[in-house]
Design a protein around this ligand. Structure first.
Ligand code: 3PG
Length: 308
């Protein structure tokens, strides 16, 4: 079988070696398309692939239609909002993700950004400490759990809102349970977002939540820009000079931040939560193994789309 790895933002070379080893064990061929610049390149590379591994690359209906032999696509990562699941189902393609594999890298980035901001952007000016501060975790999946664990290490008081998790799954981490989302935001100086992007969550982080955050509020977004209501965020920035926003995804309204709110935000140029060698190796190996197992045994664990 031909396994295509198509990544606009390539994996670390060590991860590719591991993926190659997993494919080779079962005599599958590995083909690389890294740093591609056009959809046409992607379409032509995927045309004869039996399996596809991607990161945040957009796997649209157009890509799926061009992939005549495709049987499985694995998003090496957690969020699968880049996959057209309906197109996959319609073409009989199994779609999977690799939950948890890059979660620690994302959680560490949350603290890297918080520390950078708390210390005034490493200017040497007097900053603040994380110890004793309140940290709210919005959604307690794989990343949220690591954020809680690291936050405990910093001596922060952790609150969690996740209506899909049992109380004891949260309290075992030492975090406090918030029953209402409003309670999370009104209790926590820092709030870290770990929700998936979907129709329910789009624009859900809004004025009514953010306005009630305590003084010197810091919103950290290593999830997706789509979950933020950007008009509301700009209104908050206008009304509250104490408010900060840290994210590894540039908002659409970045030019307004650049013009008006210097020093109050941090955006990385590319999405970098999962940009560690370890995360790439873990997610890459998991993706390759899931494909190999699917071809060998039909194992559909981590499938995220419906069957035809
Ligand atoms: C994820 O959903 O796993 C993260 O956003 C990482 O995405 P990336 O692999 O494109 O960096």
């Amino acid at each position: 079988m031909k396994i295509l790895v198509a990544t606009e933002k390539p994996f670390a070379p060590a991860a590719i070696e591991h993926i190659r080893d997993v494919a080779r064990e079962e005599d599958h061929e590995l083909v690389l398309l890294e740093n591609y610049k056009s959809i046409e390149e992607f379409k032509s590379a995927v045309a004869n692939a039996d399996a596809l591994i991607v990161r945040s690359d957009l796997v649209t209906a157009e890509i799926i239609s061009a992939a005549k032999n495709l049987r499985i696509v694995v998003r090496a990562g957690a969020g699968f909002d880049n996959l057209d699941l309906e197109a996959c189902t319609a073409h009989g393609v199994v779609a999977m993700n690799t939950p948890g594999q890059n979660a620690n890298a994302v959680a560490e980035l949350v603290f890297e950004m918080m520390l950078y901001q708390a210390r005034g952007g490493f200017t040497g000016n007097i900053g603040t400490e994380l110890r004793g501060k309140t940290l709210g975790i919005h959604a307690f999946g794989n990343v949220g759990k690591y954020v809680a664990e690291i936050g405990m290490g910093f001596g922060m008081t952790i609150y969690v809102f996740d209506p899909y998790k049992a109380d004891n799954a949260i309290t075992v981490s030492g975090a406090k349970v918030c029953r209402r989302v409003e309670e999370l935001y009104s209790s926590c100086q820092y709030v870290s977002l770990h929700l998936p992007a979907n129709a329910k969550t789009a624009g859900s982080i809004n004025y009514n939540l953010l306005i009630n955050m305590p003084v010197n509020a810091v919103l950290v977004n290593t999830a997706r820009k789509e979950i933020i209501n950007e008009d509301d965020l700009l209104r908050i920035f206008q009304e509250r000079p104490d408010f900060r926003y840290l994210s590894d995804i540039e908002p659409v309204c970045k030019p307004v931040f650049e013009e008006k709110y210097k020093g109050r935000y941090l955006f990385s140029d590319i999405k970098m939560g999962a940009q560690t060698k370890e995360a790439n190796i873990n997610a890459g190996i998991a993706a390759a193994r899931q494909i190999v197992n699917y071809f060998k045994t039909g194992n559909e664990r981590f499938r995220v789309n419906k069957q035809k």
